[in-house]
Design a protein around this ligand. Sequence first.
Ligand code: SAM
Length: 247
Amino acid sequence: MSQTAKIRIYLDQPLGQAQTLSLARDQANYLFAVMRLSVGAEILVFNGRDGEFLAEVREANKRAGRLLCKQKTRDLQVPPDLWVLFAPIKKARTDFIVEKSTEMGAARIIPVQTEFTNSERIRQDRLQAHAIEAAEQCGGTFVPEVTELMRLDRLLGDWPHERQIIWADEARVGMAAALEGREDQTKWALLIGPEGGFSAEERARLAQYPFVTPVSLGPRILRADTAAVALLTLFQSHLGDWHHDPA
Ligand code: SAM
């Protein structure tokens, strides 16, 4: 395999041996103008569904290009069935949460509007592009869907009861015990609040649902982006795929 095969890009097209792939303008620009690849170079491609393939450049110009899909290099590796619910904060910190959730193994990312959520709008397309970039960079073969902003109260009202929520509750202590003996559950979600925390009303609502488990992330108040990474770490090491042998 040549040196250039280390470049990995996401392509939203079916992948399979001998398949021809066409490149959009921004991808052609990246590969041929920025990375200066030419015909014959090999890269890795994935689409979030079919695994990862080696592909050879067959046509290269700055506005378009074609690749030939060669052999499969990795099977699709799906993360645990884990949703990350977080209240959007400042732009760079929101981007960070999407990026880290993708790298650390979330299946779906849901920005939620809580009473104290700092922003009322998100750019879903931009956040989805961040998830794709994070998967490209971390060697992931799966890309979590990033949804539009949803209201937390509505989401909880329609919640599928078989999915357990681990709620990062800044008013709690005693984390580890809450996750012991829960290995039989397969559908999970994590909930992280905004900089202002949860309102008294939200806290009372969350506490009454049988599918919600409040947990503490220690004696100090973490910023929401730190809390997201800490909670993902705890989940993945107790109940997720970090303790599984790779297939
Ligand atoms: N303004 C809130 C306060 O002073 O209590 C702090 C909110 S904190 C910056 C943002 C979110 O991170 C919280 O809503 C919670 O989900 C999570 N979080 C931060 N520190 C935590 C901790 N020690 N235990 C559990 N969750 C925590």
